[in-house]
Design a protein around this ligand. Structure first.
Ligand code: PLP
Length: 448
């Protein structure tokens, strides 16, 4: 059931078809290069793109900008305590700041970090410490159509086989990412989280939860894990997060703000080490690279994220969007995850071979047809891997209405009806670091 009405609105418009075609060409067929004003419905990411509540805007005005001892920090600390159950908080400018602070305190050269799936910035920060990021997803995580309640789970079998290979002493950190962003936003069960806790204890590792979408994950648990069918999302979040030694959090996701993040822990030694690193990289530990007002807004956002009305509405919107697409015959990853619907570009455009980037071709076609911006997460974004050819349509929180999503469904349907008009692409120029090429590379359509 819809849980909001609008109090502030922002004008959007659909540029003419000619304008869209020109904008696409000028952007080098890379939608990261489009001006946001040229986009009608922007599903590029759910990170920091949501709408804040009136309570958050009110908190913003009351933010305390004191360098040290800010009251806004006290508010954040008590929100983290109440919602997530941890007593010590180190605020950072966003999630990757928290990763730098925490993983720098836990990892050294030659270590191995295990994760159900490392998100891009997590992988980069683990590698930046000289450590080796190894993924342990369950087999069905990258199967686009197999049913499953918790396709985001951490595979203990894989984890044990890595430990048998490298030795437990080389694995000081085990991470569970909830929901599993890089596995289509699939949830992780509490039962799986308990088993990861036991595994970490057996090998003597620190157990970290990447809690970016902890509230969405808790709502999935409520709906799908029998033990918790009578629990609230708030109760489940505390139970699940409680198994970890430390959390990394991006406020731009379930903190319901546009910027911010933090590390949380109950471990005093770890807290001290993180605090020292935070002073070096982020700022004094009562603001950590955020303004006081942003800290205040995040404190409110964390509490709102576990309200039943919010989180139920959130998952319902994503599920409805997925159903509308499926009903229209658009191939998608099923079941849908918490923050986005993923289109199966290989099935949608079977005439475009992998070498010509079917995902990116679909992204461009969606913009050309309806001013819709999504993002490719296939062979263009991840060269030299064999990921499925996915296009992610991420839903910003509390931002778009059903009409916007119906427009996207209509756009996708029209693109598929005229699929022979969609041609493959070739890369014209790309940055030195190929791993980041989807942000800045330019492409051109291939004419056969
Ligand atoms: C977004 C994200 C991060 C990084 O957070 P930023 O705020 O973008 O720096 C880390 N882990 C996961 C799972 C994420 O989704």
């Amino acid at each position: 059931m819809v849980a909001y009405k609008s109090k502030v609105v922002e004008r959007i418009h659909l540029p003419s078809r000619e304008r869209r075609e020109r904008a696409l060409e000028e952007a080098g067929y890379n939608v990261f290069e489009l001006a946001a004003e040229e986009v009608f419905v922007d599903l590029l990411t759910d990170s920091g793109t949501g709408a804040m509540s009136d309570e958050q805007w009110a908190a913003l005005l009351r933010g305390d900008e004191s360098y040290a001892g800010s009251r806004s920090f006290d508010e954040l600390e008590s929100a983290v305590q109440d919602v997530m159950g941890f007593s010590r908080v180190v605020p950072t400018h966003q999630g990757r700041g928290a990763e730098n602070v925490l993983y720098g305190a836990l990892l050294s050269e030659g270590d191995v970090a295990l994760n159900n799936t490392h998100f891009d910035t997590t992988r980069a920060h683990v590698a930046n410490q000289g450590a080796d990021p190894v993924d342990c997803p369950v087999d069905r995580a990258h199967d686009l159509t197999v049913d499953g309640s918790f396709k985001g789970n951490f595979s203990l079998d894989r984890a044990w086989s890595i430990v048998d290979e490298v030795g437990a002493e080389r694995v000081p950190v085990v991470i569970s990412t909830i929901t599993n962003n890089s596995a289509a936003g699939q949830p992780v069960s509490v039962e799986n989280t308990r088993r990861v806790r036991e595994f970490a204890d057996e090998i003597g590792a620190t157990f970290v939860i990447d809690a970016c979408r902890f509230a969405e994950n808790a709502a999935f648990v409520r709906d799908r894990e029998a033990e918790f069918s009578d629990s609230t999302a708030a109760e489940i979040a505390r139970e699940q997060l409680g198994y970890a030694d430390a959390l990394v959090m991006s406020g731009k996701k379930d903190g319901l703000v546009n910027a911010g993040g933090f590390v949380a822990t109950d471990n005093e030694t770890l807290f001290e080490r993180c605090k020292q690193r935070a002073i070096l990289y982020e700022g004094f530990p009562t603001y950590g690279g955020m303004s006081g007002r942003d800290v205040a807004a995040m404190a409110v956002g964390l509490r709102e994220a576990v309200e039943e009305a919010y989180v139920t509405d959130r998952l319902e919107q994503v599920r409805t969007f997925a159903e509308l697409l499926e009903d229209a015959g658009v191939p998608i990853y099923t079941p849908p995850g918490g923050h986005a619907v993923y289109l199966d570009a290989a099935s949608a455009l079977p005439h475009v071979p992998p070498a010509e980037f079917p995902g990116q071709a679909l992204v461009c076609a969606l913009y050309r047809e309806g001013g819709v911006r999504g993002v490719e997460l296939g062979s263009f974004a991840f060269p030299d891997t064999d990921r499925p050819e996915l296009v992610r349509l991420a839903i910003p929180r509390r931002t778009y209405h059903r009409e916007h999503l119906e427009h996207v469904v209509e756009t996708a349907t029209t693109v598929l009806e005229n699929q022979e008009a969609v041609s493959g692409l070739e890369v014209i120029s790309e940055p030195e670091n190929r791993e980041l090429r989807h942000f800045t590379a330019s492409l051109e359509p291939i004419s056969h």
